[in-house]
Design a protein around this ligand. Structure first.
Ligand code: NAD
Length: 360
């Protein structure tokens, strides 16, 4: 009997290739998986008439664990992001995005060990939006202008930034619990409470209340723009960073950049009833179907999944094999080579082969 039933969503673009590489690496640990393949995104729309089919959601609800490749979100076409939809439908409130230096990866910084904890359900990504010139926008603007001293331009498009006490409490608690469980020393609450007095003010106030419940973990707060500058100047002073959705999206790309880019940055979406692990990067359409995309971020997301399942030893084995293959600089994808020469590089599957061999 299989040890773990996992919902596997290959996604689109480079998703299927990096997912297949990851599946092979995870199986090489000796752990047995029962992969429940499910569709999401444009492929799902074509085959099932739904971007995010109920069967996919049901599978994650049943298995309580999923591994997902990236999914394309067409810009400004009225499509809601499947990624955002999946997180919201399944209540995956915490987006965990570690950024740890992988030796051998060319990066502007060395010895980085940061973890971004991003609120996943609300903030600027609440999905409550009104398009410019619509009757709904006009009605909302009229109401706001009757209540607010500061007026909204009648031609404006509107996105609502929603911050609630309960979701803030959950995400900040998650950050402190993560810090405690993973022997991290400090949590920084990142915000913009000086400008957005109510929404970000609430985030900071609740964050500080939660921080007081964890006297064993050091805590402080930083304004998000200043946080970005300080990460460039003295990243060693920071450890776990917790913030609302949009700030977390941006800051985690920044921290991914500090360790050498999206190709090596893993992630996980965690809720009370389940978790879905996925790389930070998108579907990179220009690399799709060419067996040239870097599978590292997806493989490391698989290792994060193993940690979540309590398989620490095997997670370390995978992470070590990835680090060894990258450090050797040979059988790696072109983006990890100093010369970036595709002719000398390994493909996606070839790099996975090297990682599997390195696991012994
Ligand atoms: P992207 O991450 O796909 O690409 C950004 C850059 O990084 C590109 O130059 C790309 O070629 C490169 N890159 C990314 N991953 C790589 C890899 N594994 N190996 C080698 N190079 C890699 O971001 P984008 O171009 O902004 O988005 C493309 C699509 O992906 C969009 O539709 C976007 O909405 C979607 N997206 C999905 C997710 C998700 O599924 N969670 C996340 C981000 C973006």
């Amino acid at each position: 009997m299989s040890k773990y039933s996992v919902t596997l969503i290959p996604g689109d673009g480079i998703g299927p290739e990096v997912t297949e590489a990851t599946r092979r690496v995870l199986e090489a640990t000796g752990i047995s998986f029962d992969w429940d393949y499910q569709l999401a995104g444009l492929i799902a729309l074509e085959e099932k008439g739904d971007l995010l089919p109920e069967a996919t959601l049901e599978s994650v609800r049943k298995n309580k664990i999923g591994l997902k490749g990236p999914i394309t979100t067409p810009i400004g076409t009225g499509f809601r992001s499947v990624n955002v939809g999946l997180r919201q439908e399944l209540g995956l409130y915490a987006n965990l995005r570690p950024a740890k230096t992988v030796k051998g990866v060319q990066a502007a910084f060395s010895d980085i060990d940061l973890v971004v904890v991003r609120e996943n359900l609300e903030g600027m990504y609440s999905g409550v939006e009104f398009d410019t010139g619509t009757p709904e926008a006009a009605e909302v603007i009229e109401k706001i202008n009757s209540l607010s001293k500061k007026k909204v331009d009648p031609t404006a498009a509107i996105s609502i930034k929603m911050i609630t006490e309960h979701n803030t409490r959950n995400i900040v608690k998650f950050a402190f619990e993560y810090a405690r469980a993973n022997n991290r020393k400090k949590v920084t609450i990142v915000h913009k409470a000086n400008i957005m007095k109510f929404s970000e003010g609430l985030f900071l106030r609740i964050g500080q209340e939660v921080a007081a419940e964890y006297p064993d973990i050091e805590s402080n707060d930083r304004i998000v723009d200043n946080m970005c500058m300080q990460l460039m100047q003295k990243p060693g002073e920071y450890d776990v960073l917790v913030m609302e959705n949009l700030f977390g999206d941006v800051v985690s790309d920044l921290t991914a950049g500090m360790i050498g880019g999206l190709g090596v940055a893993p992630g996980g979406n965690i809720g009370f009833d389940g978790a879905v692990f996925e790389p930070i990067h998108g579907s990179a359409p220009s690399h799709a179907g060419k067996n040239e995309a870097n599978p590292t971020a997806m493989i490391l997301s698989g290792a994060l999944m193993l940690r979540h399942l309590g398989e620490q030893e095997q997670a370390i084995r995978v992470e070590q094999a990835v680090a060894d293959v990258i450090a050797s600089g040979e059988r790696v994808t072109y983006d990890l080579r100093a010369d970036r020469d595709p002719a000398k590089a390994a493909g996606t599957s070839g790099m996975a082969d090297a990682i599997i061999e390195s696991m012994g």
